[in-house]
Design a protein around this ligand. Structure first.
Ligand code: PM9
Length: 459
């Protein structure tokens, strides 16, 4: 694969922390083998998340200087509203400080007890917000999405048969809306095809169910449609985005991803009555409708970021860089989820470390080995995050997949940093037989992976 060249040059630099292997071993021990507990100042390449970690452009920083901090009717709000309307096409635009607040506003104003919300795959915060509002979150992604090595150009697609079954079983009157996550983060950052979006809309129309997009990585999804569907090869990213959103009734958005900002989000809808209820709730929990938990300068940076993310040279590099990392690993036999997604590479820890059983947390052990080898921080998506005790039998239940996600921040690392990451992973792969499992010594009652403490089984 061609070495992707950055379509920008560097104006401001930030030093990268360097540590010795000895120091990293000690840091791991002190952190209880939990990478969330390691100070960022001790991480050389931070691939924990692509959310809120983007580098802003000179243009966005200039926008920060024209922040209008009026309580009501800031000029930055009107610029933001115009930008969102032009790209997403929806009537009502509600700013929020991040994506999960948009989710909270949507579900707290639409769900009644026992309602069902289908999605291709709910992201953790989306599922949590549905459940917090007494709803049931159901995933309807195609089966290929659950096979780490299945090759499908649009592995994030909704399975329409599964969706129809859910609607018929729950009853359309108990489904206030259907979601579609683009790209599908929890399924590996995989895209959804335009045909699948259209077909989902058509099916939902039969039952009069609105369609909302979880649009965090919408521009990356548009890029995949352009590259993988010949019907869209000649279209620009903006027109693909406008077409996608024309099939929906609204969206939730964490602008910390494809908004290219460190904080920000929004909710859109075409439904006047719903917009009113959401706005009333917004005033209660976030702020006045023209700032929604953000400063005027943040709104300006978000408007500019939403335009910059549509630039094809940026997207070619952005997704090219992630694919380059994926292909560098495939070339040396490292098992990853394929095809590589838009924002992250997922290492298949079950295949990487076949000798470590699930109750010794192979994906967490691999994540720690990457930190020890080269100061790289990824995130475990496996037994530590999703393992639990069966409430009836009390036996351990382990997830199907044991993954380490390496999410690439936008415009932050150069391709030589990506080379470094690939080399470290290759070195760890070569010494994989020397890696030992971990034992859990502390767990919180919920979301244990954030604060768990573990112990190395090799002492
Ligand atoms: N995604 C991620 O690292 C942030 C960390 S959350 C533990 O992938 C989708 C598809 C997301 C997402 C966040 C949110 C929530 C909604 N949908 O973090 O609240 O990937 O802005 O967005 C994270 P906020």
């Amino acid at each position: 694969m061609k070495f992707p060249m950055e379509p920008y040059r560097i104006k401001v630099v930030e030093s990268i922390p360097r540590t010795s292997r000895r120091e990293r071993r000690q840091i791991l021990e002190e952190a209880g083998y939990n990478l969330f507990s390691i100070p960022a100042g001790k991480v050389t390449i931070d691939l924990l998340t692509d959310s809120g970690t983007s580098a802003m452009s000179d243009n966005q920083w200039a926008g920060i200087m024209i922040g209008d901090e009026s309580y009501a009717g800031s000029k930055n709000y009107f610029h933001f509203e115009k930008t969102v309307r032009e790209i997403f096409g929806y009537k009502y635009v509600v700013p929020t400080h991040q994506g999960r607040v948009a989710e909270n506003l949507l579900f707290s104003t639409t769900l009644k007890k026992g309602d069902v919300v289908p999605n291709n795959i709910h992201f953790d915060t989306t599922r949590a917000n549905v459940e917090h509002n007494n709803g049931k979150a159901v995933d309807c992604v195609i089966d290929d999405a659950l096979q780490p090595r299945a090759e499908h150009p649009f592995k994030g697609n909704m399975d329409l048969k599964k969706l129809e079954k859910v609607i018929r079983e729950a009853g359309a009157e108990n489904i206030p809306l259907c979601l579609m996550t683009i790209t599908n983060n929890s399924g590996g950052g995989q895209p959804v095809s335009m045909d699948n979006i259209k077909a989902t809309r058509k099916l939902l129309d039969q039952f009069n169910i609105p369609l909302y997009f979880d649009a965090c990585r919408f521009a990356e999804n548009c890029w995949f449609i352009k590259k993988r569907d010949p019907a869209y090869a000649g279209k620009d990213i903006l027109s693909i985005a406008r077409e996608i959103f024309s099939y929906g009734d609204g969206c939730t958005m964490s602008a910390k991803k494809d908004g290219l900002v460190n904080m920000g989000g929004f909710l859109c809808t075409n439904d006047h009555e719903l917009a009113e209820r959401i706005t009333n709730m917004l005033i209660l929990i976030e702020g006045f409708p023209t700032y929604g938990g953000l400063a005027g300068r943040d709104l300006e940076a978000m408007s500019l970021g939403l335009r910059e993310v549509l630039d094809e040279a940026y997207l070619d590099f952005r997704i090219g860089q992630v694919q380059y990392l994926g292909e560098s690993l495939i070339d040396v036999g490292v098992p990853i989820l394929t095809p590589p997604g838009g924002h992250a590479i997922y290492l298949d820890a079950k295949e990487f470390l076949p000798n470590i059983p699930p109750d010794e947390y192979p994906a967490q052990a691999l994540a720690c080995a990457l930190y020890e080898e080269g100061g790289i921080r990824g995130v475990e998506i496996g037994g530590l995050m999703f393992g639990h005790k069966d409430p009836v039998t009390g036996e351990d239940v382990w997830p199907e997949l044991e993954m380490v996600r390496l999410a690439v921040p936008r415009r932050v690392y150069t391709t030589s940093h990506i080379h470094y990451v690939a080399e470290i992973i290759r070195d760890v792969y070569e010494r994989r037989e020397s890696i030992h499992g971990l034992e859990l010594v502390y767990e919180a009652p919920v979301l244990r992976h954030f604060t768990a403490r573990l112990r190395a089984l090799n002492g």
